[in-house]
Design a protein around this ligand. Structure first.
Ligand code: F42
Length: 160
């Protein structure tokens, strides 16, 4: 399996000690989603979510992050909105430094490569994100930082 010239072991799960998020709502939602393959805690205000697992950029621990499900043709978009806060969420750095990020979408799990979007491609995906979760537009209006958009591409061929 080759991605960007590096041999990638796509089906080797991320390993490490799980470090629960200090954010109760996010932690509880991630754990219930994972335990029930999304049958429980699968939405936020009726809109589907997915759960990402990444490796902490400093701690090296496994972090689990529920985010809105923005998917197109088998690829996923992670929107580092953090409700329009002035600073990026910590997971943004984790995703960019993790060997890969696992996305759990219902009962399906995919190991994904990650890249940050810009320019026209970013515009196309931003529209998809706002169509799923209109509050993203409000979050962007409420902060000077440009909300980063990370594209996750499954490394297993059959996912696309
Ligand atoms: N957040 C979004 O940004 N976008 C969404 O679309 C979104 C949807 C969503 C749906 C359901 C739900 O339950 C939560 C949702 N959230 C969404 C919230 C999201 O899950 C996160 O809680 C939020 O984005 C904040 O992310 P955070 O990574 O900043 O989380 C904090 C609370 C956190 O976990 N902090 C930890 C801590 O100890 O302070 C550790 C953070 C961490 O990962 N540390 C790294 C490490 O090495 O372990 C170091 C990172 C570094 O900068 O070096």
């Amino acid at each position: 399996m080759r991605a960007g010239g590096r041999a990638v072991v796509a089906d080797m799960p991320l390993t490490g000690e799980y470090a629960p998020s200090p954010s109760d709502w996010a932690r509880e939602q991630a754990e219930k989603y994972e335990a029930t393959d999304g049958a429980e805690a699968g939405t936020l205000r009726g809109v589907p979510i997915v759960v990402y697992t990444s490796v902490g950029a400093s701690s090296g621990k496994l972090r689990k992050t529920p985010l809105m499900r923005v998917e197109h043709d088998g690829e996923y978009l992670a929107v580092a909105s953090k409700g329009g806060a002035p600073d990026h969420p910590a997971w943004y750095r984790n995703f960019l430094t993790s060997p890969f990020v696992e996305v759990q979408d219902g009962a399906q799990r995919h190991d994904c490569s990650v890249r940050e979007l810009e320019g026209d491609e970013r515009d196309v995906w931003w529209k998809r994100a706002v169509a799923v979760w209109p509050d993203y537009a409000e979050y962007q209006r409420s902060t000077d930082r440009l909300i980063p958009l990370l594209l996750l591409t499954p490394l297993d061929d059959d996912a696309a």
